[in-house]
Design a protein around this ligand. Structure first.
Ligand code: ADP
Ligand code: MG
Length: 241
């Protein structure tokens, strides 16, 4: 099967020192893959580089077997990559309805399609998105991205600050999209246990390199190793909360 997303030898950084170095991984259609690692490991940078928002110094990104032009965020979006950034990127002063409209869900038919997947948003349509709870905002951010019908969805720190029940609901929606529409999901997660439950496979980033990878079952067996590689982000996350 052709990978929905294939990343090969990707390197990028901000100043002179590289932040990610020679990263390679792939996600098949219908697969949820977690990208794990402690704070500062380079997870967000990896997603930004895939999206063309940070310049790749080396490497290649292909979507559905076709190389996408690096450094061109629009080309990446057009190729079918959606990105839900850590800060969710909503228009706080606009209503839920208008946030969806900006993402292209203007007609009643579009809105119905969104609400079928995200029924919780219906009673919130006329509320300013800045007034929503964290979970509702994350749901809106996902709804906006999903409405563009991406083939690949990059989701950064989806669970940050959200109650477990809400995280589970969001994961269920992603799973449904993966199963029913073949959406390929890259889930960057702080929350190791949530990620391991949600994902089919996972890659662990350590100081900008992938040091561990495997299926959910393989990683469950290597839990001690995984926790050792991962510890730090969990502690730092708790300290920051
Ligand atoms: N805009 C930026 N300018 C300079 N350095 C940055 C910037 N964003 C992130 N970094 C650095 O790059 C490294 C990786 O950060 P990031 O990709 O955000 O990690 P993660 O998402 O895994 O926590 C960190 O050392 C961080 O300080
Ligand atoms: Mg990050």
């Amino acid at each position: 099967m052709t990978a929905a997303l294939a990343v090969t030898g990707l390197s990028a950084g901000y100043g002179s020192a590289p932040v990610i170095r020679g990263i390679s991984f792939e996600v098949l259609p219908g697969e949820i893959v977690a990208l794990l690692g402690r704070n500062g490991a380079g997870k967000t940078t990896t997603l930004l580089t895939i999206s063309g928002l940070v310049r790749a110094r080396a490497g290649e990104v292909s979507v559905g077997g076709k190389a996408v032009a690096a450094h061109h965020p629009r080309a990446v979006t057009r190729a079918g990559v959606g990105h839900v950034p850590e800060e969710r990127a909503l228009f706080a002063n606009l209503s839920v309805r208008d946030n969806l409209a900006v993402a292209g869900a203007r007609r009643a038919r579009d809105l119905r399609r969104v609400l079928e997947l995200f029924p919780e948003l219906e009673r919130l349509l006329d509320r300013r998105s800045g007034l929503l709870s964290g979970g509702e905002q994350q749901m809106l951010a996902l709804a906006r991205a999903v409405h563009q019908r991406p083939k690949v969805l990059l989701v950064d720190e989806m669970s940050l600050g959200l109650a477990p029940k809400i995280c589970q609901r969001l994961v269920d929606i992603l799973r449904r999209l993966a199963t029913e529409q073949g959406l390929a999901v890259v889930l960057v997660e702080q929350h190791l246990f949530l990620a391991l439950e949600a994902a089919d496979r996972a890659y662990v980033l350590h100081r900008g390199e992938i040091t561990l990878s495997g299926t959910r079952a393989e990683l469950a067996e290597r839990r001690a190793e995984l926790e050792a590689a991962y510890l730090g982000s969990v502690t730092a996350g708790a300290a920051a909360a």
